[in-house]
Ligand binder design. Structure first.
Ligand code: NAP
Length: 525
């Protein structure tokens, strides 16, 4: 396999992947590891270090704390909190120097990392296929897109961080021109990045690159499914020669190490992408900037005058790509009753052409990420069945592989009308007015994206204005990207706005220096 040799140092003799700190690949003193199960074979595929940092100070009584300390002592896990503390210290020290590194040099490092990443797309994509069952071609696309994102961020950063502002005092009533204010963007410090399983490389670099160009250091906690692809990606940054301690990557289950990381006093910013976990994190995190990209229930509103072939192809692509495991997947179709039969028939015809099978064979529909995900999806399907939704295909599941399913005549009392399946199962709700569609969309707790299909652009704009979502696509399925577009969720779908420019800005704060001139009575003649 091309380029594999550069990755030999990231794994130990027992084939356990190491964690990355202080510019080196290390084994955790915890002696623990986590198995990553291949969603297709359902067999363990890889092992990563478990930095088992169970948080102690929430546990109430002092006796309980002493008990846990004893457990740590007996089973040898106590020092791993120490390892994370060391990561944070090294990160803080490296950041101070990095912030003084010229902007053009920071950009140079990022361009180098992007090139190395793209050069090693094949072995990284192979991990994505085995860890998260991403279809082979899409896996390569994710790595290449990630390299492009890193380069674009470097260029954008040089431009936007190279500019500041000069303000003069006499524009505010009662002031003379006696003060000049110079304001510029400065880094926040240590950024903690936590991406989800579905894009473990792309959604990691969408945090890493803006953090680094802005002069921050970065601690990555990759998703457990996807950790090995992320570790390979980190090795590409290592090979690009970033200073020691600037980038770290700690692995372990979020449920084990998450609280210790997100509540760590050394963290100055959290950029998180995932599900409801993000809501819990935002309640626990301290007074630091948060970037939250969370779940969605993206609605597709179809009007009578829409191009129905365009609608059908977008529903199939938007609803079933990567087996529906995308935050911006179409997750509910709200179609006007008069065209509903035609839309359902066209969608069914296109769905019949989807290939179902293994990611290695580049099938359209591949196994969902875990057995618990498959069980959750099945629960939504069975609830819809009990409540008499119409099944457009027979429900079929083998292991984690679920055949694509369209559920027609879904009603608001069914769970699937509101919940995010994150699988290849799509509900259709027939509506009698556009207002009904907008109402359903806005009644959701989510507000990520939505889309509307109509030939009437004026109507489309009015509907877009009325939909309470971060983005509305007109005549196309929801999607993230191109990666410099603003991307944001309202309500439970997130905090803040992403996209390359917005992420760079979010990972900085404004610093002002005010020059006070001698009193106005002093003149130069
Ligand atoms: P998830 O279960 O919330 O996990 C996301 C990340 O959080 C993983 O790295 C996970 O690590 C970690 N984590 C788990 N518990 C934690 C804790 N207590 N503290 C800190 N981190 C913790 O989400 P997922 O299943 O990976 O991803 C699917 C979800 O992400 C969907 O809801 C999808 O809509 C959303 N998503 C949103 C966007 C967006 O841009 N809005 C993009 C992609 C995905 P472990 O893997 O070790 O548990």
């Amino acid at each position: 396999m091309a380029g594999t040799d550069v990755f030999t140092e990231i794994v130990d003799g027992e084939q356990v992947y190491k964690y990355y700190a202080d510019g080196e690949w290390k084994k955790s003193a915890s002696g623990k590891s986590v198995s990553i199960v291949n969603p297709t074979t359902r067999e363990p595929q890889y092992k990563v270090q478990e930095l088992a940092c169970v948080i102690r100070f929430h546990c109430g009584s002092i006796f309980f704390i002493v008990f846990l300390c004893l457990v740590d002592w007996v089973f040898g896990t106590a020092c791993t909190q120490e390892e994370v503390n060391k990561v944070m210290e090294a990160s803080k020290a490296a950041q101070k120097l990095w912030a003084r590194t010229p902007l053009w040099k920071r950009a140079e490092h990022l361009h180098k990392a992007a090139a190395i990443l793209k050069e090693h797309k094949a072995p990284i994509a192979e991990c994505l296929v085995k860890e998260i069952a991403k279809p082979a071609k899409d896996a390569v696309t994710e790595v290449v897109r990630s390299g492009d994102l890193v380069s674009y961020t470097a260029e954008e950063g040089v431009r936007i961080l190279g500019e500041g502002k000069l303000l003069v005092s006499d524009s505010f009533p009662g002031n003379e021109r006696s003060k000049y204010c110079l304001s510029s963007k400065v880094p926040l410090g240590v950024v903690l990045a936590i991406p989800p399983f579905n894009y473990p490389v792309n959604l990691a670099v969408s945090k890493i690159a803006p953090a680094l160009i802005a002069g921050n250091s970065l601690v990555l906690k990759p998703p457990t499914q996807g950790a090995v692809a992320a570790l390979h990606m980190i090795q590409c940054f290592h090979l690009a020669g970033f200073p020691k301690g600037l980038i770290s990557c700690v692995t372990g289950k979020g449920s084990e190490i998450g609280d210790f990381l997100t509540m760590h006093p050394g963290v100055n910013c959290i950029s998180f992408t995932g599900g409801d976990t993000g809501i819990a994190i935002s309640k626990k995190a301290g007074m630091i900037p948060l970037q939250m990209e969370l779940g969605g229930k993206d609605a597709c509103i179809v009007l009578e005058d829409a191009d129905l072939d365009l609608v059908a192809s977008n529903i199939v692509k938007g609803g079933y790509s990567y087996s529906g495991q995308r935050c911006t997947a179409v997750k509910v179709v709200l179609v006007m009753e008069s065209v509903a039969d035609a839309v359902v028939e066209k969608v069914k015809a296109k769905m019949a052409k989807l290939s179902v099978g293994s990611p290695e064979d580049d099938c359209d529909i591949t196994p969902v990420v875990s057995e618990s995900s498959a069980n959750f999806i099945e629960g939504l399907v069975m609830d819809a069945k009990e409540k008499a939704a119409t099944f457009c295909q027979e429900y079929r599941r083998e292991g984690n592989l679920i055949w694509p399913l369209l559920l027609d005549h879904v009603r608001p009392d069914m769970r699937i009308a509101w919940e995010e399946p994150f699988g290849p199962v799509l509900p259709v709700i027939r509506i009698s007015s556009v207002e009904e569609g907008i109402h359903h969309c806005n009644a959701s707790n989510f507000g990520l994206q939505g889309c509307v299909f109509t030939r009437d652009i004026n109507k489309a704009i009015l509907i877009s204005d009325a939909m309470e979502t971060g983005t509305v696509q007109i005549n196309s399925a929801p999607a993230r990207g191109p990666d410099h577009f603003p991307f944001q969720g309202l309500k439970d779908s997130g905090i803040g706005s992403q996209g390359i420019t917005n992420s760079i800005n979010m990972m900085t704060k404004i610093k002002s220096t005010v020059i006070n001139l001698p009193s106005p009575s002093y003149t130069m003649g």
